[in-house]
Design a protein around this ligand. Structure first.
Ligand SMILES: Cc1cc2nc3c(=O)[nH]c(=O)nc-3n(C[C@H](O)[C@H](O)[C@H](O)COP(=O)(O)O)c2cc1C
Length: 178
């Protein structure tokens, strides 16, 4: 079983990281994590080359993402909520799924999970619907219910037992059927 994690947090020991460390400790198989703030992946510039040629012409780390996509059984989006949605570097990666707008990716169907953390200043609806759209473009057919730790200004995720239990359940769900 192979799992790809798209991590939208720049903080190495932050709230998203707390969820991910418990998740990875329970999950079986191989894991590849792309840390959006460190990846060399630039945003789509809507050049439209992918409208009549397959693939993307920008030569950066996203090329490896396209090449390996077929290998993954699971895809996780794990991120802080920023301005009620996802941080810009994660949106850069999302924008590079534009080739699949013209030619939908119909390879191996995948299972998915969305892990969000927020300080508590707003809802998670927009971030969740954006994350769902990303997973849909990657042919994720089954998405686990949202895992949300959304009062991190007062309760850091490392102390949010309910969300830590939920990520264990997510990992067990992925372990079971793959
Ligand atoms: C630029 C910026 C925008 C933010 N916007 C929101 C928001 O809209 N809603 C919210 O609940 N928290 C917001 N936050 C707070 C973070 O989501 C919160 O601190 C989170 O726990 C950080 O997660 P991390 O440690 O994994 O990076 C924002 C933080 C930053 C830096």
């Amino acid at each position: 079983m192979k799992t790809l994690i798209l991590n939208g947090s720049p903080r190495k020991e932050g709230d998203t990281a707390s969820l991910l460390s418990v998740f990875k400790a329970t999950l079986l198989g191989e894991v590849l994590q792309i840390d959006a703030f460190e990846a060399n992946i630039s945003p789509c510039t809507d050049c439209r080359a992918c409208s009549n040629h397959s693939g993307c012409c920008k030569q950066d780390e996203m090329q490896e993402f396209y090449r390996k996509l077929e290998e993954y059984d699971n895809i996780i989006i794990a991120s802080p909520i920023w301005m009620e949605t996802l941080p810009p570097p994660l949106m850069s990666i999302a924008s590079r799924l534009q080739p699949y707008f013209y030619r939908p990716y119909t390879g191996k169907p995948k299972k998915g999970g969305i892990l969000l953390v927020g300080g508590g200043s707003g809802g998670a609806e927009k971030a969740e619907s954006t994350a769902r759209l990303i997973l849909k473009q990657l042919n994720v057919k089954e998405i686990h219910p949202l895992i949300l730790s959304n009062k991190t200004d007062s309760v850091p995720t490392k102390d949010d037992q309910a969300s830590l239990r939920s990520v264990c359940a997510l990992a067990e769900w992925m372990n079971k059927n793959n």
